[in-house]
Design a protein around this ligand. Sequence first.
Ligand code: ADP
Ligand code: MG
Length: 308
Amino acid sequence: MPHHEFALIDWIRHRVANHARLTLGIGDDTAVLRFPEPADCLITVDMLMEGVHFTLAGASLERIGRKALGVNLSDIAAMAGQPLAAVVAVALPRHGGWEIGQRLHAGLQSMADEFGVALAGGDTNTWDGPLVISVTVLGEATGSGAVRRGGAQVGDWVFVTGSLGGSLTGRHLDFTPRVAEALALQRAVTLHSMIDISDGLIADLGHILEESHVGAVLDSAAIPISPAAASLRDSRSPFDHALADGEDFELLFTVPPSDGQRLIASPPFATPITRIGEIVPGGVCLLRAADGTLAPPQVSGWKHGFDG
Ligand code: ADP
Ligand code: MG
């Protein structure tokens, strides 16, 4: 084989720029990252597997590389964190592994550069199986600390960034992690709770409600439906797609009403933010129709399953 794993690591090493917080990057047994302030370190990992999360026919390797980092940046954003550094573990198919590794890296690097994230290291393996990529991201809590799922309070207004649904039309590969928006929100308002929408609006709101021991009423007419979901012609309505598709990677958060009013009066960024409902007592989520009637949503989000 003309190329081996060390040659690929060397190729990657010469493409990775220095980073202010990285004392030591690729090439030693570990990287060294500087934490000058006494800050909370955020850490998260996500794995993407060929055949489960993507197919090589359906997505370019550069887009897969971007997504593999982007999903982690979205998780850091959901805690109102500043992402700092990433490490990347890959299992490359033996056939074509060299080119796959290079193109994956190109995608990862472009996303890392856009968000000022240091590519601090990784692990490169080759095997006779499909492509697997796992990215770990380290970040730093900001402001008053990491924003959790469990802080929603009765009376809070529920907001969402962007618009929802239709991720399978390609949006799940080309989203922008809402890092800048989360940091701006953390500065502008008191974030009681926040999550990024990966499993679907109703499923992820469910996580906030469960952790916070509260319920919610959503205004059906207020849910922002993405143009992609609106243009889908299948058995489900665009509204259902917006509630349940998942992989929107938008922020879902709750704030006190006075902060909510300020957000609407002077939005801190250009990305749309929409008030979609409010937090109420009890543990359930209800949808309010135009005529005021309340009913539980008739959808469920994506669930990963086990056999046996
Ligand atoms: P070790 O055997 O000590 O774990 P490796 O030979 O696995 O070291 O890796 C050598 C260096 O290259 C390490 O700094 C590691 O973090 C880095 N590295 C390996 N694979 C990748 C990759 N895919 N992307 C970025 N850095 C990588
Ligand atoms: Mg070592």
